[in-house]
Ligand binder design. Structure first.
Ligand code: AMP
Length: 281
């Protein structure tokens, strides 16, 4: 497995790969890999001839006061894990390679970015779409792999791909969870033992939503209220949002109908966790 830091080296290697007519699968990440990331690498491995994983903690998707500096990083460990899954190339550029002095171009998807995490993290998705557009241009993948864990991100990026006529196949794969249901996340590492125990309430609240909806409840307000009261039982939990929206466009729902996304963001101390489930009503 090669580890590449420079755009020019990446182009050289991928130029050769493309010349051979190999199919390139790409998994963009911020590193500190866990089973969630590795499930994407495995899918890319199965469906392509050459697998690229990027590891880049993208400064422009973090707001002031967010955890850019503290975000966990361990490139050596990531390389071992990715290599064990059959990754062919890790691209891990320094910030200056992606954003040299004078950098001035940004990609922005409207509407979908104005709710949920977009409303709470101004500029976040503009940073995500910009870096992912750059990475897609650099790697020129045939297929790309994202996690349902970041449902809004996946939807926004899919929209970018469609609107900008990017020629690639976009895959969204299921959320991988710990035994107690907590969605795997690099940020789980920040949790104290008590916060970690309490954080299992997030998935329990999503399961409770599913149970209520399957039992016939159709008022979004009633389902959200039940979720909020469950989460409030965790002493260190501070709710950022609990929302039920239409899965296709993220618009709010009052009466539950069709494909619904039940999504939440909750802070445990300084750590902000997100999770969601998709339900067909
Ligand atoms: P990140 O490194 O957090 O930016 O995530 C990189 C990719 O891995 C994104 O497409 C995420 O949605 C995906 N991902 C993160 N956590 C999980 C998880 N628990 N299950 C599945 N995919 C995940």
């Amino acid at each position: 497995m090669q580890v590449i830091e420079r755009n020019s080296d990446l182009r050289t290697v991928l130029g050769e790969v493309k010349k051979k007519g190999l199919r390139v699968g790409f998994v963009p990440t911020m590193g500190f890999l866990h089973e969630g990331h590795l499930s994407l690498v495995r899918a890319a491995r199965q469906e392509n001839d050459f697998v690229v994983v990027s590891i880049f903690v993208n400064p422009i998707q973090f707001g002031a006061g967010e955890d850019y500096q503290d975000y966990p990083r361990d490139l050596e460990r990531d390389c071992k894990l990715a290599s064990a899954e059959g990754c062919d190339l890790i691209f891990s550029p320094p910030v200056i390679e992606m954003y040299p002095p004078g950098y001035a171009t940004f990609v922005e998807v409207e509407n979908l970015t104005e709710t949920l995490c977009g409303a709470r993290r101004p500029g976040h998705f503009r940073g995500v779409t910009t870096v992912v557009a750059k990475l897609f241009n650099l790697v020129a993948p045939d297929q790309v792999y994202f996690g349902q864990k970041d449902a809004q991100q996946a939807l926004v990026l899919k929209k970018m791909v469609t609107d900008l006529n990017m020629d690639l196949q976009f895959h969204i794969l299921p959320t991988i969870r710990e035994d107690d249901g907590l969605a795997m996340s690099s940020r789980n590492k920040y949790l104290s033992p008590r916060q970690r125990r309490e954080a299992a309430v997030l998935y329990r609240s999503l399961q409770e939503a599913e149970r209520l909806i399957q039992g016939g409840v159709r008022s979004a307000q009633d389902v959200k209220a039940a979720m909020v009261s469950l989460i409030a039982g965790a002493e260190e939990a501070e709710i950022d949002y609990v929302e039920i929206v239409q899965a296709a466009n993220l618009l709010p729902l009052e009466r539950l109908q069709g494909a619904c996304l039940v999504a939440l963001a909750v802070r445990f101390g300084k750590t902000r966790l997100i999770d969601n489930i998709l339900l067909e009503v």
